[in-house]
Ligand binder design. Structure first.
Ligand SMILES: [Zn+2]
Length: 494
């Protein structure tokens, strides 16, 4: 008999959902991981364990094991003000009344702490990789936090824009769009002191984060993020596209989020935004749109033709009432072969970084609006969170499935949760009942980051205490008093 091969780590006795091309599930499966943090082999437990002599063995005790989720649309530095924006705040005021002041007050240490908490939350909920939306003033703070937690991060340069008249509202000039509120807000907009003001300034920082990609094994890498929603001139968008193409990375941009910014884009391009971007060559396989809640038939065809990805953020749309479930084309595009990934957006837009919740909401919303139980099923949500995400961030050869040669980004659940009992059908119990609640152990790049629900190398309580203190300090320096929800109709007649 041949001698056993060495491996660094062996995950045994798992219900292994590989998410490979054949959607293979090993009901009694094992995953062998090499010293280099890559998967050596996935298969039946009896066969794999007979072949390998592991440095360390983890017994999954029959619980689900799946590839780590890939978070494709999020703002990682807003955690110090999670939940601060009250329900009565209208979105068009969120930038001028809050976020502008936040950016002019926040310091590097606070960005670091915020991203540190965001990374911990992602991992705790089963995500092992995230692509940030290019809204961290000092990306190195995010890189430091991601490395400390041990999570895979894909960062972009901050605020690649050249007409920052308030983002998320698509504010255009008043005479043209006749929106007095928009015009007033555009005049009042807060200048972000540390963000680029002109195209020249934006171009000077564009591509800086790509220097991280010189190390092919780096946990923290760079991509090209453009804020979008009318804040970038077409010239800047095309420069950014060329930069992403030259570096073979994803170009990540907010697009067609609300009816207002979609309409503003339609006005400036003279046609449906995605049709215009199709014609100019911007629309491509390496482009990922955050949100894309409002698309016409012609735009859907353009997107399908070019293989462009969408990071669907269902909770963010539900939170602010943008109609992605009712008017979005995500589920339909997915069924027609488009790549749909998922995103949590930010801690006032969804307000948790939990891709299990996003996947569940996406599937449920699609069924409800189409009045069809089979319109999307649990496996569709799992695919969006894994393979869909991996492709949307440009790492489809590295992560997204448990395949030999890929990075060992592995999530192990536990069956010791009421929601996981009885285990009649593992996928349905996982997707509809337990979701992230049963996440137990998380491995990233072959390293055990979370074990039995606790971080292996972080003092969680000390970090939480520090974040609480930093949040109070930041809000008080901003002069911000946190308001309660005060919608008048809540005072019901007796
Ligand atoms: Zn966003």
């Amino acid at each position: 008999m041949d001698a056993k091969k060495k491996c660094a780590l062996l995950v045994r006795n798992g219900y292994v959902i590989t998410m490979d091309d054949d959607a293979t599930i090993y009901e009694h499966g094992a995953v062998a991981v090499g010293e280099n943090g890559r998967i050596l082999e996935v298969g039946d437990d009896a066969e794999i364990s007979a072949r390998y002599d592991p440095g360390r063995e983890i017994d999954a005790q029959g619980a689900p094991v799946h590839p780590g989720f890939v978070e494709c649309h999020l703002h990682a530095s807003y955690h110090l003000f999670r939940g601060v924006l009250p329900d009565q705040l209208v979105e068009s005021e969120s930038f001028d009344t809050f976020e502008g002041h936040f950016y002019n007050t926040v310091n590097d240490e606070e960005e670091y702490l915020s991203v540190l908490l965001a990374c911990m939350e992602l991992v705790r909920n089963g995500s092992t990789c995230f692509m940030e939306a290019g809204t961290i003033l000092t990306p190195e703070m995010a890189a430091r936090a991601a490395r400390e937690v041990g999570v895979r991060a894909i960062l972009g340069d901050a605020f690649i824009w050249d007409q920052p008249q308030g983002f998320a509202q698509g504010k255009t000039d008043a005479a043209e769009d006749g929106c007095l509120t928009c015009a007033a807000q555009a005049k009042l907009h807060t200048e972000l002191r540390r963000a680029p003001k002109t195209r020249a300034e934006a171009l000077a920082s564009l591509g800086t984060e790509l220097q991280r990609n010189s190390d092919p094994d780096a946990l923290v890498t760079g991509h090209v993020a453009v804020l979008g929603l009318g804040t970038a001139s077409e010239e800047l968008m095309m420069e950014a596209k060329a930069c992403a193409d030259a570096a073979s990375v994803t170009l990540n941009i907010h697009q067609s989020y609300s009816p207002a910014d979609t309409e503003a884009d339609r006005k400036r391009f003279g046609k449906d935004p995605l049709v215009h971007l199709f014609e100019t060559g911007f629309l491509d396989r390496n482009v990922t749109f955050g949100h894309a809640n409002h698309l016409t038939d012609a735009e859907c065809e353009a997107l399908l033709d070019r293989g462009t990805s969408i990071a669907w953020a269902p909770a963010a749309s539900m939170m602010w009432g943008h109609g992605s479930s009712l008017h979005g084309r995500h589920a339909e595009l997915w069924r027609r072969g488009a790549n749909i990934a998922l995103g949590s957006d930010s801690p006032n837009w969804s307000n948790d970084f939990d891709l299990w919740r996003q996947a569940n909401l996406a599937v449920m919303a699609a069924r409800d609006v189409h009045m069809d139980r089979t319109f999307l099923i649990a496996e569709d949500g799992l695919y969006m969170a894994t393979r869909g995400g991996a492709r949307a961030v440009g790492l489809e050869k590295q992560v997204g499935s448990l395949d030999a040669g890929k990075r060992a980004d592995i999530v192990i659940h536990t069956l010791d949760r009421p929601e996981m009992v009885p285990s009649t059908n593992m996928i349905r119990n996982l997707f509809y009942a337990s979701r992230s609640k049963s996440v137990h152990t998380v491995i990233i790049d072959g390293r055990v980051i979370l074990e039995e629900g606790r971080f292996t190398k972080l003092d969680e309580r000390a970090i939480y205490a520090e974040v609480r203190k930093a949040s109070q300090s930041l809000l008080s320096r901003m002069g911000h008093t946190v308001e309660a929800n005060s919608v008048p109709r809540m005072r019901r007649p007796a």
